[in-house]
Design a binder for this molecule. Structure first.
Ligand code: BGP
Length: 489
């Protein structure tokens, strides 16, 4: 679709940036906080890049006022952050730790006082360790009342001060990494258990949404999903069918449950055939269909390209097959002993010959962003909040104290332009949070892979002085916000 002139961004559009508790806060045992599964996992030798962890991270817990002051200076309209469950309820289900809860109340107040709208994520992967030990984490339904209690504590303490709430961050990613690929806690490699845990999370998500609507009828709540469009390698009908399979496998498996309360049929039947489908009781069905999100959070990094499954495909052999990558949470490709995987008969993931990649091998696909926004809006008819999008890169602090991150500026510019086109197409959007505001800990890539508008002076070996230094992209985004994106053409 070509336009002579693009629509303006809505006046109320929330230009934001995002983070997650474990990646920024540090203070891992301060003021009564209990351990999370990440506090334990990151200490296991060989599990994270150079053994990095979030013990100190960028010490946002102690420096949040300085960080919020920088947000205000930038003119940021929204800041998405997550709450560490074990800071609020150290063992996940017992007494509330008032000091931990107070940190988030103070953060929210500080943001509001500085004209920045807080956007709160309830769960960004740092499950209280006690719940993992006691119940086996998300594999047990016994965790659901604990999650509800935690949500209730936040709904009560923060209430209408936060308008947009996120339930789960990238359920597709943390279940795959944690229960299939063993690259996140609880380091399980078992598909049946993965789909079971995923189902329990769906139930917890539905409970959290229903409770929210009861307690805070003026607020908005929804999940944040790691969405990527799936392309067929070319117009071969077999490859188009493979792309449809991949779409169901990678996207609809979660999005349909969030929005319609049911699992997509072809994928469910495929899992049943393999004996790994989750058990859905009639009561589950009632719960899942009763909980409706008010908007959809979309995290966009890249999609994937597929061709006909490797069992039937005999004609196309000259393309590059995607290798399994332990640090790319999206569209991983099973091989060897993982070959008994449900996607083997469905599709095969290949490199896209039209796309360049980042230093970490992630495809750069701004048009895919527009495709994603349109697909989601056309299918589910809910407003979209982009809750993550950004470029991980190695940034250099120059001798003159500047960081010339033009590569990031180009990346964001191209993606925001496609978002503007999607709005012109007719997609209803609430806002856009770049990942991330400051540099922060990458789960598996330490402090080397940076995303922020603000450089943080630390590396994998040393905390240095943790100084905050605005990068060139900081001033670029500041200018963009001041013009409400009118300069992005
Ligand atoms: C998303 C996560 C974020 C963040 C981002 C970048 O999947 O929700 O928490 O980590 O990816 O990922 P990475 O740090 O692996 O490059």
């Amino acid at each position: 679709m070509f336009y002579e002139k693009l629509d303006q961004f809505p006046e109320s559009f929330l230009w934001g940036a995002a983070s997650a508790a474990y990646q920024v806060e540090g203070a891992f045992d301060a003021d009564g906080k209990g351990p999370s599964i990440w506090d334990e996992f990151s200490k296991i030798p060989g599990k994270t890049f150079k053994g990095t962890n979030g013990d100190v991270a960028i010490d946002h817990y102690h420096r949040y006022k300085e960080d919020v002051a920088l947000m205000a200076k930038m003119g940021l309209k929204a800041y998405r952050f997550s709450v560490a469950w074990s800071r609020v309820i150290p063992d996940g289900e017992g007494e509330i730790n008032q000091a931990g809860l107070q940190f988030y109340v103070d953060l929210v107040d500080e943001l509001i006082a500085n004209g920045v709208e807080p956007v709160l994520t309830l769960y960004h992967w740092d499950l209280p360790l006690a719940l993992q030990t006691k119940y086996g984490g998300w594999e047990s339904r016994e965790i659901i009342p604990a999650f509800k209690k935690y949500c209730q504590a936040l709904y009560e303490a923060i209430g209408d001060k936060v308008k947009h709430w996120i339930t789960f961050n990238e359920q597709n990613v943390f279940t795959a990494m944690g229960y299939r690929w063993e690259t996140h806690p609880p380091k399980v490699s078992d598909l049946k258990r993965m789909y079971q845990a995923n189902h329990v999370i769906n139930l917890a998500n539905a409970e959290a949404i229903n409770l929210f609507h009861d307690m805070l009828p003026n607020g908005k709540i929804g999940p944040s999903f790691g969405y990527g469009p799936t392309y067929g390698l070319n117009a071969r009908p077999e490859n188009i069918l493979a792309a449809a399979n991949s779409h169901e496998f990678n996207n609809s498996w979660w999005m349909d449950v969030y929005c319609k309360g049911t699992y997509p049929k072809f994928m469910y039947k495929q899992l049943e055939r393999l004996g790994i489908a989750p058990e859905v009781t009639p009561a589950d069905h009632v719960l899942l269909t009763s909980a409706k999100p008010d908007f959809l959070g979309i995290n966009y990094y890249h999609g994937g390209t597929v061709r006909e499954n490797r069992i039937e495909n005999t004609s196309e052999t000259d393309v590059e097959i995607k290798e399994f990558s332990a640090t790319d949470p999206y569209l991983m490709q099973p091989k060897d002993e993982q070959a008994q995987s449900p996607e083997i008969p469905m599709f095969e993931t290949v490199s896209n010959p039209h796309l360049k990649t980042t230093e970490w091998g992630w495809e750069i696909d701004p048009v895919g962003f527009r495709v994603a926004l349109r697909e989601v809006y056309a299918t589910y008819d809910l407003p979209i909040f982009v809750t993550e999008n950004g470029l991980g890169a190695i940034d250099i602090l120059e001798e003159d104290g500047s960081v010339q991150d033009d590569v990031r500026i180009n990346y964001l510019n191209e993606h925001i332009l496609e978002m503007r086109k999607a709005i012109t197409d007719g997609v209803e959007m609430i806002g856009y949070c770049a990942w991330s505001f400051t540099d922060l800990l990458s789960w598996l890539n330490g402090y080397k892979k940076r995303y922020g508008f603000v450089y943080v002076n630390r590396d994998d070996e040393s905390e240095k002085d943790l100084a905050r230094i605005p990068k060139k992209s900081f001033f670029w985004y500041q200018d963009l916000i001041a013009q409400n994106g009118a300069n992005i053409n």
